[in-house]
Design a protein around this ligand. Structure first.
Ligand SMILES: Cc1ncc(COP(=O)(O)O)c(C=O)c1O
Length: 360
């Protein structure tokens, strides 16, 4: 019998969405926070053309993509690392900065891959309570231990959809010890950019990393391109554990073209937030509890784990897949991605019917 090493045997596989509609039903997936529409036509064209160079290895330094990111965000190209999705960067940060001697800290309802990244390197995973789905800086600071090496926070958060204002983020960073790395995961950052609270300047302190991705607002989840702004010493260590040829030629080229089409991305954000806010009002009118969201999804508090389970089953029976949140301590909740308008309408209708049935 060939066995994996102890901490890997003890890990559960990462729980991705289960998308198996009943026979004869069209799959409506509102479960992975993907974009409601395909990428910019410019990105599709550029990515397709790039396949002609597919016999060659990709640029290991993501030169053109980094230069474009530097221009759009006004940040130094040499401080940018690009990952095979931001998941690669999260895993590599854990690999480079945490191990079995220390701990990773995150809010209680944080993005579950933070926990996986900690488990992969045998680090202890500590969580700080949140107050009603909001990250509490006081609780995070109270949960810091002498061996806390990384603090992960997603801002805005997944699955809560709430955000940490800049003043609070500064208070968090100032309150953390100098040897704890703060990783601010802004996978949904573009949906909150209009609030004008950028965090990139924190990286200049040397103890903070800011991550972003092309998977959400840019609609390139399938191309696997994430990126982040890193202090130079942190970037140097992370690069040692990254796949040196991590992003395909098509991925790099499509991401650069998508970035150059800011108006398409902004339009995606506008369309998404308009649909999201309309959906929220509709579900609230049906009596459901839907907190404000700053992302491309909403969290629906169904009242109890039982109610969430039954509503989810009723939706699945019609081929509609939301994402139950028991894995992150929110068993009473379902997360719903803002997908195409027709799909949202079908899901909302089913939820209304379910809420109505509960009243009678
Ligand atoms: C908070 C957060 N971070 C990171 C990711 C992963 O993004 P990527 O597709 O860039 O790996 C997700 C994806 O859902 C996310 O919600």
């Amino acid at each position: 019998m060939i066995r994996s090493v102890g901490h890997i045997s003890a890990m559960s596989p990462y729980a991705l969405a289960q998308l198996n509609p009943p026979e004869g039903k069209r799959l409506i997936s509102l479960s992975q926070n993907e974009s409601l529409r395909p990428p910019s036509p410019l990105a599709i064209e550029a990515g397709a053309k790039a396949l002609k160079g597919g016999h060659l290895y990709p640029d290991p330094d993501w030169g053109e993509l980094r230069a474009a990111l530097s221009g759009i965000h006004g940040i130094p190209a040499e401080s940018i690392l690009c990952g095979n999705g931001s998941m690669e960067l999260i895993a590599c940060l854990a690999q480079a900065f945490a191990d079995e001697q220390n701990a990773v800290l995150a809010p209680a309802h944080a993005y579950p891959f933070f926990r996986s990244a900690a488990q992969m390197v045998r680090a202890r995973y500590d969580v700080a309570p949140e107050s009603d789905g909001r990250v509490s800086v006081d609780a995070l600071l109270a949960a810091v231990r002498p061996d806390t090496r990384i603090v992960f926070v997603a801002n805005p958060g997944n699955p809560t959809g709430t955000r940490i204002p800049r003043a609070e983020m500064l208070r968090l960073r100032d309150g953390l010890p100098g040897d704890s790395l703060l990783v601010i995961d802004e996978a949904y950052g573009e949906f909150a950019d209009h609030l004008n609270e950028p965090m990139f300047d924190l990286v200049g302190r040397g103890d903070t990393v800011v991550l972003r991705t092309f998977s959400k607002a840019y609609g390139l989840a399938g191309m696997r391109v994430g990126w982040g702004l890193f202090p130079p010493e942190i970037a140097r260590e992370v690069r040692k554990v990254m796949n040196p040829n991590n992003i395909t030629i098509a991925g790099q080229t499509a991401a650069k073209a998508a970035l150059m089409d800011q108006s398409y991305m902004r339009d995606t954000c506008r369309k998404t937030t308009r649909l999201r806010d309309r959906l929220r009002r509709r579900l609230q009118q049906a009596g459901l509890d839907v907190p404000e969201s700053f992302t491309n999804f909403i969290l629906i508090r169904m009242g109890s784990p039982d109610a969430a389970h039954h509503a989810n089953e009723a939706l699945r029976a019609e081929g509609v897949f939301l994402r139950p949140q028991g894995g992150v301590g929110l068993a009473d909740s379902l997360r719903m991605t803002i997908g195409p308008a027709d799909d949202i309408d079908i899901a909302a209708g089913l939820l209304e019917r379910w809420a109505e049935g509960k009243k009678t």
